[in-house]
Design a protein around this ligand. Structure first.
Ligand SMILES: [Zn+2]
Length: 283
């Protein structure tokens, strides 16, 4: 289990999957072994010896001002999904977060960077054939723009993740659809980073002069730090997603801000530094 400290804030990473998956390759069609080869800094953590992308699905557990905050809730158990590795999972996520000091009953906030199935899964769990909020005492924070979009969207080919992982939270009165600058504590707030989804947000963490950002899917893989023009077929608005990536690199490149990718494999976080005409992630 990886831990970080940002001033007084603690961050713990809980991995649900980490592998050289086909899913990662489908996310970034331009990230072929030949195109990745010039970025030697990606090996060995983010690209295998044979040029395959390595990626993960994980949650970050953040403790700030006595509040237990879960950022993104991965895939979840028992969910019917079309992607084989995502379908009807039986993982140990709840045991893992409890071992990290986050028993589900004691979580105060759940925040989703965006409403996609690999970020909302543990919002709910199956109890007596019904989907119920996994975290009974938590306020769930959703981007209002994302919910306005998903609420009207047809059921995704990936599975009815709105129906099994978002609507039950709202029906239970635990969901709050918020503006993209919402503050969870004075140390943790949302930052608007649209494009991958209409209301996609990143999570800014600041304490005692130290800063970190959880990027969600504004980048799927560290190779997009070196090649920000590589885009994902899953980006809702490709032009907006590209602009967000370029702005993000200009803003946080060559600064001490610690960057947490939501699908970046172990070691998962680092700093964006100059690499000739481009950028790279320094871990
Ligand atoms: Zn994702």
């Amino acid at each position: 289990m990886q831990h970080w400290r940002v001033g007084d804030v603690t961050i713990t990473r809980i991995i649900e999957t980490e592998d050289r998956s086909m899913t990662a390759a489908a996310m970034l069609p331009e990230a072929t072994p030949a195109n990745l080869a010039p970025m030697a800094w990606l090996r060995p953590h983010f690209v295998s010896e044979t040029g395959q992308l390595i990626s993960s699905i994980h949650s970050l557990l953040v403790q700030s001002r006595g509040q237990r905050i879960v950022i993104d809730t991965c895939l979840g158990n028992d969910k019917p999904r079309i992607v084989p590795q995502w379908n009807q999972r039986q993982g140990r996520f709840l045991e893992d977060i409890a071992a990290a000091g986050f028993p589900r009953e004691r979580v105060d906030f759940v925040v989703c960077t965006h409403l996609h199935p690999d970020h909302v899964g543990w919002n709910t769990m199956l109890v007596h054939d019904r989907w119920v909020p996994t975290f009974p005492s938590a306020r769930y924070v959703f981007s209002a723009l994302d919910w306005a979009w998903l609420d009207k969207a047809p059921v995704s080919a990936l599975g009815d993740y709105a129906g099994d992982s978002v609507r039950p939270v709202l029906a239970a009165g635990q969901g709050e659809c918020v503006a993209p600058d919402f503050r969870l504590t004075d140390e943790v707030w949302l930052e608007s980073t649209p494009g991958h989804s209409p209301g996609h947000v990143s999570i800014h963490i600041a304490s005692r002069g130290e800063h970190a950002i959880v990027t969600g899917d504004l980048m799927h893989h560290p190779c997009q730090i070196g090649r920000p023009r590589w885009s994902s077929p899953f980006d809702f608005d490709k032009a907006a997603a590209l602009q967000t990536r370029l702005d993000f690199l200009e803003r946080y490149g060559d600064t001490p801000v610690l960057i947490f990718g939501s699908h970046f494999a172990t070691p998962s976080a680092g700093r964006i530094v100059r690499d000739g005409d481009a950028w790279r992630l320094d871990v």
